[in-house]
Each structure stands twice: as C-alpha cells, then as structure tokens.
Design a protein around this ligand. Structure first.
Ligand code: ASP
Length: 328
C-alpha cells in the first residue's frame, strides 16, 4: 500500500518534468520570403542552393542559442547571413527601386522589454538589421529613415559599403522586365524575398527581426511592412515573436505581427491558430504572404497563403528542418 502510494507520488513528481520537456530550452524559426515558389519552376540545383542557404542561416542562429546566447543575438546572426546572400531580397541582392537604386528597410524587437529599432530607405549600410539593432540599443528613438539613418550608422561605426555592393544582375533584370512588360511588382518572379527570424532563448525571452529591399520598382519613398513594428515585426515575452513577408501594404493595414500576439494574449489562442486567423484576414483583404512565429513556450510555426515560403526551424530538442513548397 505504502509502496503503491510512493510509486504514485513518484509518478506525479515525474509528471511536471515530463511535460516541461515539451517546452524546448530554445527555439528558432527563419524565413527567406514567400511567393510563387513551385517545384516545377525550380531546377534541383537551385532548390539545393536555397536549402543550403536556409540551413546555414538556421545553423548560425541555432549556434548562438545552443551556447546560451540571447534570442536577439540569434535573430541578428541568422539575418546577417541572409543579408549577405544575394539570393534573398535583403542586403546584397535587394530588389531595385523604379529609379534603379537599392533602398533597404529593417527592424528588430526584443520581447523582454518590448524595445524596438527600425530603419527605412538605407542604401549604404551592409547589414541593415545591425542598424535596426543599433537604433534599439541606443534607445532614444525607434524608427530612423534615409540620410539620417545613414548618418547614425556612421556614428555607431557600422560597416558602410558602396551602393553597388547591393546590386545584382538578376534583380536588375527583374526591374527591366517589369518596366518593359508593364508588370506590377507582384508579377515579378518569386515576389517576396524578405528575410526574417524569430527566437526564444534559454531564459525564455523572445525576439524578432525582419530585413528587406522592399518591392521591385517601388517609388516615391515607398516603405513596406518590414520595418513597421506591429506589422512586419513584433515580439512580446507574454505571447510570441513574429516576422512577416508579403504584400506589405496589406500587412501594415492588418497590423499582422501585433495582431497575432494580441490574439494569443487576449483571446488565449495558440500560436498556430492565431497566425492562421490573421493570415486568413490578410487573404480576405486581398493580400498575400506569410509569417513565422515562435510562442513563449518555444513552439515555432509557419502560416502562409502563397504556393511556397522559404522557411526553416530548429530547437533544443533536436528539430532542424528546411522547407520551401507548401506541400513540404
Ligand atoms: N513585405 C515586403 C514589403 O512589402 C516585401 C517582401 O516580403 O518581400 O516591402
């Protein structure tokens, strides 16, 4: 009898430990944009290149988290890799404006104190995500733009490169094709190539970051959702961290990243349900794209309404996966 009671007690004692294991110590998700990604339009070599690039960025962020680093450092490490990779529409490889320049936007948010930093329309800072981080760390402002943001980058000692650093042939061709055929940015190959990352670290803190060249052929100083806190990026330790990619005008109007966290916080929804509900709302409005999100419990999810999204996730329980097409 006593032995049975002792065994039962031992079982109960084990129960919390067993369920605690379901929450990974750390968790990370990244994206490299969403759009018309169809297997039949991609050669096996191209697919392998994208998968390798996503894996490398995932590994860079996972390394930081596995070594006990912060969610914010992991987000930055993953995004810096993607900004340097010309395949993605961020940093090197950014899309062209109508005038033939590259103007980049980026933002970060720290879920532990909801500090945030964002920049728009920068053309000489090698890693716009680092500039967004510097704005946040400086703390006086949240959102800087254009020449002022570049001046701030210089004062903070960030790496400055000539504008040609960002220009790539395939992006120039996309602009030329758009102009020649009178297309909209949405008809251009792959559509959205923005990059982003969300993470939960061992301390239970969340962070999010997003970096982009915007949309091909953008004019008049157009700014999308990526640097807008609450639209393209949001993090709150009480709920989740989100990074978006897609038709920015709709993501701004729906306040996508904030809306997802809000549904979790106020309506008690799980992270997948909250993300799916908000993305359905975006679709209803006529927008498309996708999000990555990680919950305060380390659950990393994707939600998108395009045929594909470059995406990957990893956690301390040994998960490490890369996916491109919807059916992956
Ligand atoms: N959301 C970005 C923008 O509207 C584009 C993208 O996701 O690629 O600027």
């Amino acid at each position: 009898m006593i032995r049975t009671a002792a065994a039962l007690l031992a079982l109960f004692a084990l129960a919390p430990a067993a369920s605690a294991q379901e929450t990974p110590e750390w968790s990370l998700a990244i994206h490299g944009g969403a759009g018309t990604l169809l297997r039949e339009n991609m050669t096996p070599e191209q697919e392998a290149e994208y998968r390798a690039a996503m894996q490398a960025a995932l590994d860079a962020g996972a390394k930081v988290l596995a070594e006990g680093g912060s969610a914010m450092d992991a987000v930055e490490a993953a995004i810096v890799r993607l900004e340097d990779d010309p395949k993605f529409n961020a940093g090197r490889g950014a899309v062209f404006t109508w005038e033939g320049t590259n103007e980049m936007d980026a933002s970060v948010m720290d879920g532990s104190n909801r500090a945030a930093g964002a920049v728009a329309g920068v053309g000489t800072v090698r890693h716009p995500i680092r500039l967004a981080r510097a704005v946040m760390d400086d703390g006086r402002h949240v959102f800087l733009s254009g020449d002022g943001a570049e001046q701030f980058a210089g004062e903070k000692g960030l790496e400055i490169v000539p504008p040609e650093w960002f220009a790539t042939e395939h992006r120039r061709r996309q602009l030329e094709e758009m102009k020649a055929k009178n297309l909209s940015a949405l008809d251009v190959e792959f559509k959205f190539g923005t990059v982003g990352a969300v993470a939960r670290d061992r301390q239970g803190h969340l962070a999010a970051g997003t970096s982009t060249g915007g949309m091909t052929g953008k004019r008049w100083g157009r700014i999308g959702d990526s640097p807008v806190i609450g639209a393209g990026t949001y993090a709150d330790d009480r709920a989740c961290a989100v990074s978006a990619t897609g038709w920015g005008e709709f993501f701004i109007r729906a306040g996508v990243a904030h809306a997802i966290c809000d549904r979790m916080l106020l309506a008690g929804e799980g992270v997948q349900q909250a993300a799916d509900t908000v993305m359905a709302d975006v679709a209803q409005m006529g927008g498309d794209g996708g999000v990555i999100a990680v919950s305060k419990d380390g659950e990393a999810v994707f939600s998108f309404n395009t045929p594909g999204m470059y995406r990957a996730r990893a956690n301390s329980s040994g998960m490490s996966e890369v996916a491109i097409f919807a059916e992956d």
